[in-house]
Design a protein around this ligand. Structure first.
Ligand code: NOJ
Ligand code: CA
Length: 702
């Protein structure tokens, strides 16, 4: 009797298996989706007949109950093919193709009668899938406690990883095999603020990898909306990655209601690294633009009262908060330190420089009351975002900037106090409108308030998307620092013009810095989600120039700083150095003045993560082309065919290259500028120094 019931029980648990393939338009990528005998959804992915993701489970765990991981049967499937083009407001290319095969699996969980759809879109550069939680008779509210998505890799690939600490992406990348990933071995004395590594084997996405057979594989996500950021738990023995969602203060992952969906999980793959860089998959997986009139969304090249604080010449705060006589005193009664950067007088000098050299904007940090208390105190109401220091006359500055044709960029450092920023947001945006600021740089340094929240949790994702939408109502562009890294939302809200959300150039001012390979990795990782405000353009590369005791330095040559304007795509770019350093090198500065920030077309000519990138881009508003080539710590020679230029036309090529004796460590300022006439049939030899680069402008002459 007992035996029979065991057999019945076993039989009762068996489901009708199901399997279905979907291929990419080129047929190079194949996804196989299946339901196991236990009704578990699984998938595998191959590229040109090589398995790159072996059988991996899919599913979601809901708090206090349902595990949407098994006991499913297939209700039906729906297929379609999409092949369309669209035009981004700002971008690397003026027209984007969106071509994929889609299949939607409609699943039903037997005992709970819960519906779950899993949708796959298979592009030529990769696979995307997501979970849909459809409405079924009535709206249901539910809490996600875990996402069980697996990505089972088929080898011990080389990876470029940063630790998944839920709070900061401001790390240098580690280049190791999967089996060598280990947060416990990290040197965290590297300028990162939070240091809250929570698990030894957790990394962030995008995770860039290269297999021993030369396949480039990238795991990321797109359209992170009302959902936390996905990190990846790594099994260093089996090479299996599992989604790990950033939790909230009480450990829950996401609060959802039906109908809703998860972000897209993406797996890009190619045998050519250039395909990862030129892929528009992440943008294509986001919803089209929600803003009707986008005429106010414009690229911005800017300078700012910024680097001078990072190198210690001036301060954000007005009075020197450490001075005993100022402790606890109201700002109006403080004795100014004389080192405050954001004064009316200093701002006017920057405005003059911007006007003289044709820059769109000037950023001023440290203009508002609060910097006495801003960092490390985890204080609720540090800033009100509207009260200037006594020596910053906001009206006088706004009038002066307007008269000079320069736009001011607002700075709203929140010091992590997000609830406080939301309370003041409309007043802050109102002030920007009143004084004609078309853009705001926001910042989230330090631990988040509400306390216990992480930078990457659902609360912060929603906060950023809310701020972007709200700013759009005021026609204001947003550049967020220390924020959730983007995942393509700038398609939907193109006023989300850029963000930092990675280790920027600032680290070179006051920490061990960014190793020379750093900028060759960023386009394969952080930049896949959206433009970065990296703040390139440092010409005085050694901090000993300011203080002989300082050892910090930018880990590139001067020519590479120029090339970064082309290799690190962003419609918002800073010329980050001090005006006086540009005055000393006006010939090299010319490239920063000339380089456009919005493009008709971009072509990646060479790319290898961690090693080099060469890209050419055609200006959106002229026939001119621009080239950026960068290398890591190794010198590099390469020959570039100029066959991207228009046939029969002549161009003046101005080549900004490393001097013969240039070397990022020993002699970073050595550069030379050559001018040549070139055509479509010409080739150019590029000589990149150690940590070096080349920047070229091709101006159409006839
Ligand atoms: C960190 C930002 O990345 C940096 O650009 C800014 O100057 C400081 N926070 C102060 O807000
Ligand atoms: Ca930062």
């Amino acid at each position: 009797m007992k035996k029979i019931s065991i057999i019945l029980l076993l039989f009762g648990c068996l489901y009708k298996t199901f399997a279905q393939d979907v291929t990419s338009p080129s047929k190079n990528i194949k996804v196989n989706f299946s339901l196991t005998e236990k009704g578990e959804p699984t998938y595998q992915v191959s590229y040109k007949e090589n398995t790159i993701i072996s059988k991996s489970k899919l599913g979601i765990s809901v708090k206090d109950g349902i595990a949407l991981t098994k006991d499913f049967s297939m209700i039906k499937t729906e297929k379609k093919t999409v092949n369309e083009t669209w035009k981004p407001v700002l971008g690397e290319d003026s027209t984007i193709t969106n071509h994929y095969n889609e299949i939607r699996f409609f699943l039903n969980q037997k005992d709970t009668n819960t519906k779950l759809n899993i949708v796959f879109k298979v592009f030529d550069e990769g696979v995307a899938f997501r979970y849909e939680f459809p409405i079924d008779n009535e709206v249901k509210y539910f809490v996600i406690s875990e996402e069980n998505t697996e990505f089972t890799l088929t080898g011990d690939h080389k990876t470029f990883w940063i630790p998944g600490d839920y709070d900061s992406q401001e790390y240098a990348y580690n280049e190791t095999k999967i089996s060598e990933i280990d947060n416990a071995k990290l040197d965290l004395e590297n300028g990162v603020g939070l240091k809250s590594i929570l698990s030894q084997y957790r990394v962030q996405s995008p995770l860039m990898m290269k297999s021993s057979s030369g396949l480039y594989i990238n795991i990321f996500e797109a359209a992170v909306l009302n959902y936390p950021v996905m990190h990846l738990d790594v099994d260093i023995d089996t090479f299996q990655l599992t989604a790990n969602l950033a939790p909230n203060a009480i450990g829950d992952k996401a609060y959802l209601r039906t109908p809703s969906q998860s972000p897209w999980r993406t797996i890009m793959v190619s045998d050519d690294a250039k395909d990862i860089l030129s892929s528009k998959m992440i943008l294509n997986l986001n919803e089209p633009c929600e803003i009707q009139d986008t005429s106010w969304i414009k690229p911005m090249k800017y300078i700012g009262i910024w680097w001078e604080m990072h190198i210690g010449i001036s301060t954000w705060d007005y009075a020197g908060s450490q001075n005993a006589h100022n402790a606890g005193t109201a700002v109006g009664n403080m004795i100014p330190s004389g080192k405050h950067g954001a004064t009316t007088e200093n701002t006017k000098k920057y405005i003059d420089f911007a006007a003289k050299h044709g820059f769109d904007g000037v950023l001023v940090e440290g203009w508002n009351v609060g910097w006495e208390d801003w960092y490390g105190k985890w204080k609720e109401d540090v800033f009100d975002f509207i009260t200037p220091y006594p020596d910053f006359n906001i009206k006088e500055i706004a009038d002066y900037a307007k008269a000079k044709g320069v736009k001011m960029i607002m700075h709203n450092e929140t010091s992590g106090s997000v609830a406080n920023y939301e309370r003041h947001l409309d007043r802050a945006l109102g002030l920007m409108k009143k004084y004609n600021y078309p853009a705001v740089k926001s910042g989230y340094v330090g631990r988040i308030i509400p306390r216990g929240e992480f930078h990457d949790g659902q609360t912060m994702v929603n906060h950023l998307n809310f701020v972007t939408q709200r700013a759009a109502e005021y026609n204001i562009m947003v550049n967020s620092h220390e924020s959730v890294r983007p995942s393509g939302y700038h398609r939907t809200y193109p006023n989300y013009i850029a963000s930092e959300a990675a280790r920027g150039n600032e680290f070179n001012a006051w920490s061990k810095g960014n190793p020379p390979e750093h900028e060759t990795i960023l386009p394969f990782t952080r930049l896949l989600g959206g433009p970065m405000d990296y703040t390139p353009g440092i010409f005085e590369l050694k901090m000993s120039a300011y203080d002989p005791t300082k050892r910090e330095q930018v880990h590139t040559t001067l020519a590479k700083q120029l090339a970064l304007y082309v290799t690190l795509y962003s419609p918002l770019q800073m010329a980050a150095d001090l005006p006086r350093n540009y005055e000393k090198h006006l010939d090299a500065f010319q490239f920063i003045k000339d380089v456009p920030l919005d493009w008709q077309k971009s072509i990646y000519l060479e790319a290898e993560p961690g090693h080099y990138i060469t890209v050419v881009r055609k200006d959106k508003n002229s026939e001119n082309w621009f080239l950026g080539a960068i290398t890591n710590k190794n010198a590099r020679q390469t020959t570039i065919k100029l066959d991207f230029l228009t046939k029969g036309k002549k161009y003046k090529a101005i080549i900004y290259q490393d001097g013969e004796d240039a070397d990022w460590q020993e002699n970073p300022k050595s550069y030379e500028i050559l001018t040549k006439t070139v055509t479509q049939t010409s080739s150019l030899k590029l000589n990149l120094a150690k940590g070096g680069g080349t920047a070229i402008s091709f101006e159409l002459i006839e």
